[in-house]
Design a protein. Sequence first.
Length: 255
Amino acid sequence: MAVIALTSAAGSPGVTTTALGLSLLWPRPVLLVEADPTGGSGLLAGYFRGTREYVAGLIDLALTTSNVHDVLAEVSQRIDGTEVSFVAGTRSHAQASALRDLWQPLAVELAELESTGQDVIVDAGRLGLVGSPEPLLANADLTLLLTRTSLPALSAVRSWAESAHRGTFGWQQAGIVVVGERQPYGAREVSGVLNMPVTASLADDPESAAVFHRGSPLPKRFDTGPLARSLQAAIAAIHAAVSRRRGELLEGALP
Ligand SMILES: Nc1ncnc2c1ncn2[C@@H]1O[C@H](COP(=O)(O)OP(=O)(O)OP(=O)(O)O)[C@@H](O)[C@H]1O
Ligand SMILES: [Mg+2]
């Protein structure tokens, strides 16, 4: 289908958790790229609880920007029993500046993966960090800004949403993902105040989120629980948004 990038403005609304949750439920083979320049692999330390070693990852790609295609295949690791592969993030925030020249060639490679039947989900971390993967956000088919709905959360995300709306970042298509709708504000209010469509709404489901975030034991009825169901709905909405935009682009290109 496409390259989907996830990011936030502030307050850890659940970008890393959602990126993994979407990947594990994704209906096609998918590559999850841990591109958060903060450092540390949320996946290795969290979901895998440190049981899986850091073998290679983003930093190895950054060291060979002339050969991103081959190295991308080498550093991608499979999550057993799934069609999810991932590229582990950097080990340290100190490596962030080394990533600067990687993002553009990596954006090109990720876009080309689609022809091999693989979609891409990018955990881009917070906006505005040193080493932030701006070209990945700009080249994604859909860039999703995650937020909770409290006033402090909306106040923090508002100026970023305004810039995105003005086209400052060059995002192809942007949407909001609301985490914990009606706590206290609803999707319609959030969309109105941020002047951006709400693409999806994820349940506030701490027990299920802890499975993706830190490898906690599965709660009862995890597969049909609130988070899993809302992730499934989000996948359908993401698919629809990407297809709609591609249809519009195609129409625009027709004589
Ligand atoms: N849908 C959800 N419902 C309830 N809790 C959630 C949900 N998604 C994430 N969380 C919890 O929120 C916390 C932060 O999650 P996560 O690390 O994914 O956020 P983040 O946006 O990636 O943060 P950071 O900006 O620090 O990287 C974790 O405790 C996680 O379990
Ligand atoms: Mg994160």
